[in-house]
Design a protein around this ligand. Structure first.
Ligand SMILES: [Zn+2]
Length: 114
């Protein structure tokens, strides 16, 4: 039975998240692994899987959600700054194009008058 329980690097909602008491490595195991003993992939010690702690899991989830939200905000802020720069650049370029157009129009007018 114990052999069926596999350590997973991607944390699922129902996983038990805990730290190896020997080396402190963060481990996640499916909820049905509670009370079993596993071998730590880092220090190779046999360690007991604690009972699922809903509070810990919830906090871990909230923290990761918060971090994701923060990253998204930082990303959007960076994009906004870049967008602003692009807009200024476009507006400068548009001015140059407008000037060139004005000169072309003036040349055309000039030619017509001759
Ligand atoms: Zn360990």
């Amino acid at each position: 039975m114990a052999d069926e329980i596999k350590l997973d690097t991607s944390i699922q909602t129902n996983d038990i998240v805990f730290e190896c008491p020997n080396c402190g490595k963060s481990l996640a195991i499916e909820a049905r692994g509670a009370g079993m003993e596993i071998t730590c992939p880092d220090c190779q010690n046999t360690i007991p899987v604690p009972a699922p702690d809903a509070t810990n899991t919830d906090i871990a989830e909230l923290v990761s959600e918060l971090e994701a939200a923060r990253a998204e905000i930082a990303f959007l802020e960076k994009n906004q700054a870049e967008l602003q720069m692009h807009l200024e650049q476009i507006s400068t370029e548009w001015g140059v194009i407008q000037n060139a157009l004005d000169r072309v129009m003036a040349l055309i007018q000039d030619l017509r008058l001759r």
